[in-house]
Design a protein around this ligand. Structure first.
Ligand code: GLA
Length: 689
């Protein structure tokens, strides 16, 4: 089927006369898949238990007739007004006890048995009605879990939390121990006394907050799983997914990934952010890595502007195409948008759509249609995979714990720190996976740990085993400090990593807002910000020192040979230049090279490939993406053809050793003869099998 192309389809917003035109225009725009029914609950169940699927049957039949696949939503993302009127207890409450009223969407408490029962009942109806329907290709459960209601603090949630805690801790003594309740007279004598961490006079218990974040994620996932169980039973073989959000704190993408048949992401680049493609790169790599390289789906993006930022810039010409190809270059097998036809009313009427208010004679619609034609021209990309020599570790539990209150600094922001470490790898053109700490690491030449404040003893041992076996590891500041209950590991910081790193952190020395400190030595001379630490060496060597401030003369960056491998430690956040220099040096040590040598700045290169098996030709695509706003020349190590230009008639198939990418240009390169494929040259080390 190739790369799926299409968007959210909300026909209930339009009279039926429009639907036929929708189908005609979708075909003309090369749409192959739509996500339908996301907000249709009130229309298919206008009164409790009274279902009206007739209109939706016509939608499904029309799409099937047009040969368009449906990613069918379970319609449970926005409960109808009658449900919250009959059962106001389904409405969520904030930590301050304030109820969130209906009138928007996602106004349900994730723990509410009433909400879940009604949702499941609807999903049973849907599954039975559309099982075997020719348009049904995929299920889309809920919508962006935790987007608006991240956590609920109501009494129903409190009772569910106590159940969750009983299952986890069994005895109240174990709970008291895990939550360090000897502190501030917080010891519980009965689970019945436990509440969510509601707004309190001062810092609520951190372990309680951490468990509430875990519980909140589990509660959202329980909603998803309740619906998925129905679908798995009643439509076996139809894959089930839900659209995750990038860097979305309430939802642990790694924990969800084992319950998703295919990963799916919504990503909305901000055209006003000059390098939002790096943030996208991180999110896309995480999606691809979450299910070990399985292709994922870009389930939503904006064709142009969104409506929910303070200022909503349109995507300039070529940007939407470039960023869509970026998703494919990083492993997506689908590019879908929110939404097909731009709404006339409601909160999203100024959000762009594939078919804008201005109709087909609009720049956005022309760009959408042209992109659809491009994906159609290169169907064999679908199903191919990438591999990487570098892994960056990410962990939601550590993120949750890091950003709780009462820390040495509240300026430690997980996403920014992760991106600061990802950026130099992205900019160097290095293929990178983003994986959780419990993933098998031995296949990677280099592992980067941006900041794992919370690290279990077990995961610390795994890192040590990786390095002992010959791995190269980079660990940044304030890592390995607390256990899974936010209790400091005893034995001096960072106790579970001290032997591996060959050092001890004597004292944390966070920097004042806006201040920087000079660091000198080795490849990383420059400045650092945010954080510093007083490091005592215990076997490691200092590569660079602080050269000013309170820690002048003490190590800032260290290196330690451990077993057959090497580990680097950064006791501060190096600014982008010196961090890039250090990571370039570490990569050289680890034998990690970019996808293409001599890649010009601002050009991204990735590889997707498939060996094809005994009966199919092998496929290998090298994607070049010019994120700059001027044309750039890229030298290729050997002659390659631009399959995209050739397939769309925009260029010749002649192999070339030099290609000019226009501003925001894209090329999809293939070797002229499959037989000529070798393991060297353009496809580089990232393709090692
Ligand atoms: C999210 C939602 C969509 C829509 C878009 C608008 O991704 O899932 O329903 O609201 O945002 O950007």
């Amino acid at each position: 089927m190739g790369i799926r192309f299409g968007g959210d389809y909300n026909p209930e917003q339009w009279p039926q006369e429009v639907w036929a035109e929708d189908l005609k225009l979708m075909k003309a725009a090369h749409v192959t898949m739509v996500t339908a029914g996301i907000f249709s609950w009130a229309k298919v169940e206008p009164r409790p238990g009274a279902y009206d699927f007739g209109w939706f049957d016509r939608v499904m039949d029309g799409l099937a007739g047009a040969g368009i696949e449906v990613c069918l939503a379970t319609m449970t993302a926005s409960p109808p007004p009658w449900l919250s009127r009959a059962h106001p207890e389904i409405l969520p409450e904030g930590p301050d006890g304030q109820r969130r009223w209906p009138g928007g969407r996602q106004h349900y408490c994730p723990s509410s048995p009433v909400y879940r029962e009604h949702a499941v009942r609807l999903v049973e109806q849907l599954a039975d009605r559309y099982a075997g329907h020719p348009a049904l290709a995929l299920w889309h459960v809920g919508n962006e879990y935790g987007c608006h209601t991240r956590q609920c603090f109501c009494d129903v949630s409190a009772a569910d939390f106590r159940r969750w805690l009983r299952e986890r801790y069994e005895t109240v003594d174990a709970l008291n121990d895990a939550w360090s309740t000897a502190f501030w007279s917080q010891a519980y004598s009965d689970f019945a006394e436990v509440l969510p961490p509601r707004a309190a006079p001062t810092f609520p218990n951190p372990a309680q907050q951490l468990d509430y974040l875990r519980f909140g994620d589990d509660a959202l996932r329980a909603c998803y799983l309740a619906e998925k169980a129905v679908l798995d039973r009643r439509t076996p073989g139809v894959p089930v997914t839900t659209n995750l959000m990038p860097q979305h704190k309430p939802v642990d993408a790694f924990a969800w990934s084992t319950h998703m048949d295919v990963m799916a992401l919504d990503f909305y680049q901000d055209p006003h952010e000059p390098d939002d493609h790096v943030r996208a790169g991180y999110a896309f790599d995480l999606m691809r890595s979450a299910r070990s390289g399985q292709p994922w789906l870009l389930l939503e993006q904006a064709p142009g502007a969104v409506n929910w930022r303070p200022r909503n810039g349109p995507k300039p010409p070529g940007a939407m195409r470039l960023w869509s190809w970026q998703a494919v270059a990083q492993g997506a097998d689908a590019v879908l948008y929110f939404q097909w036809r731009q709404s006339l009313g409601g909160a999203e009427k100024f959000h762009s759509a594939m078919l804008p208010h201005g109709g087909t004679r609009t720049r956005v619609h022309r760009e959408v249609t042209a992109l659809g034609a491009e994906f159609k021209a290169l169907p064999d990309i679908a199903g191919t995979r990438s591999r990487a020599d570098v892994a960056l570790l990410a962990d939601w539990h550590s993120w949750w714990a890091l950003e709780l209150d009462s820390k040495p600094s509240t300026a430690l922001d997980h996403s920014r720190i992760a991106l600061a470490h990802y950026r130099p790898l992205f900019e160097a053109g290095v293929a990178c996976d983003v994986v959780p700490p419990d993933r098998e690491l031995s296949g990677y030449r280099l592992v980067v740990v941006p900041n794992l404040y919370l690290l279990t003893a077990r995961d610390a041992t795994r890192l040590a085993t990786y390095v002992r076996g010959g791995g190269r590891l980079v660990v940044s500041f304030f890592s390995g400090i607390v256990d899974e209950h936010d209790r400091v590991h005893p034995g001096g910081y960072p106790a579970p990593l001290r032997e591996l790193l060959g050092l001890r952190v004597e004292e944390f020395w966070p920097l004042e807002a806006g201040s920087t400190v000079a660091v000198e030595g080795g490849p990383c001379a420059g400045r650092a910000d945010l954080w510093s630490e007083a490091i005592d060496l215990e076997g490691a060597e200092a590569l660079a020192h602080f050269t000013e401030g309170d820690l002048a003369g003490r190590p800032a960056v260290t290196r330690h040979a451990y077993g057959r491998g090497t580990v680097w430690y950064l006791g501060t956040r190096l600014e982008p230049g010196p961090l890039r220099a250090l990571l370039d040096d570490v990569r050289a040590h680890a034998g990690v090279t970019p996808v293409l040598p001599d890649l010009p700045e601002g050009v991204q290169a990735t590889v997707r490939e498939a060996d094809g098996g005994p009966h199919a030709p092998s496929r290998k695509y090298t994607f070049l993406l010019n994120h700059r706003t001027e044309a750039v020349d890229v030298a290729l190590p050997r002659p390659l053809s631009d399959a995209l230009a050739a397939a769309t008639g925009a260029g010749s198939t002649a192999p070339t050793e030099r290609i000019t990418l226009p501003a925001r240009g894209v090329a999809v390169l293939t070797a002229p003869e499959p037989a000529a494929e070798t393991d060297e040259g353009a496809e580089g080390p990232a393709s090692r099998g």
